[in-house]
Design a protein around this ligand. Structure first.
Ligand code: FE2
Ligand code: FE2
Length: 257
């Protein structure tokens, strides 16, 4: 039995620092074998940079997933092309998108595949994520497959969870930054949660200073978002799985303050 830790969207410098201060203990307490962190908001002012990706890896992440903010900072493009450990949604149309949407981690006696996908409901109309995961599953040679499904609509995320039941070890939603309480093992095989939540300033709107977000909704004028100045929390899940069959045995939500 192996344990995978998945941590929801890390926001800004304060989120990266908080992750660094907590991750070592979480890994020890839960006997974690693999750590996956969503880093699409890890740079100051949103997106991901080589520097913020470094912060996540130095904090203890093995694989970094992303989402709709992945291409916001141009300085990360070369890293997306060269580094295996950082992935972006696989269903960006072919031709222009830097990087790739699949990472396979060789753990010695077993391997783990992590796929990043993005929803298309209330988001950019990327290629169909259901079609894309079918293509990828044909290529993947391990039973241990984990999907970060970065989406807005709970219905689309639930549908993906049920679609992949029995085909992958876990489907974890990200993007809304609010942890949902619907974690489950679907079909006795697939760990699922609609949203893992976020890591960063807790007293905020999704990590951002609430005043700025309120102004945005009130006045509809452009606003430069900045991280909230509050104490941080960390949201994640721990999944125990049988690495020979790829069957998830348990999923546990964690929130650390
Ligand atoms: Fe995010
Ligand atoms: Fe997002």
């Amino acid at each position: 039995m192996k344990n995978l830790l998945f941590i929801g969207d890390v926001v800004g410098d304060s989120g990266c620092k908080f992750l660094r201060s907590k991750l070592r203990n979480i890994k020890q307490d839960y006997k974690i074998d693999i750590t996956v962190v969503n880093g699409e908001n890890s740079a100051q002012g949103n997106g991901i940079t080589p520097n913020s990706a470094d912060n996540l890896i130095n904090a203890g992440a093995d694989i970094i997933t992303t989402g709709n903010h992945v291409f916001r900072r141009k300085e990360v493009y070369p890293l997306l092309e060269s580094a295996d450990y950082i992935i972006r949604p696989a269903n960006y149309p072919d031709g222009r998108a830097y990087g790739k949407g699949l990472c396979v981690l060789d753990m010695g006696c077993y391997s783990v595949a992590v796929v990043n996908l993005m929803g298309t409901a209330f988001m950019e109309p990327l290629d169909n994520p259901f079609t894309k995961i079918d293509e990828l599953l044909n290529e993947i040679n391990t039973a241990n497959v984990f999907v970060d499904f970065h989406g807005e609509a709970t219905s689309e995320k639930k549908a993906m969870g049920h679609y992949l039941t029995g085909k992958v070890t876990g489907v974890f939603g990200t993007h809304t930054h609010v942890q949902t309480a619907d974690e489950a093992i679907l079909g006795g095989h697939t760990a699922y949660i609609t949203d893992v939540g976020m890591t960063g300033p807790e007293n905020s709107c999704l990590g951002v200073d609430s005043k700025l977000v309120i102004d945005k909704f009130r006045f509809h004028m452009p606003v430069r978002f900045k991280e909230a100045d509050s104490s941080c929390f960390l949201c994640g899940i721990v999944v125990s799985f049988d690495e020979k069959s790829g069957v998830a045995k348990s999923i546990e939500r964690i929130i650390i303050r």
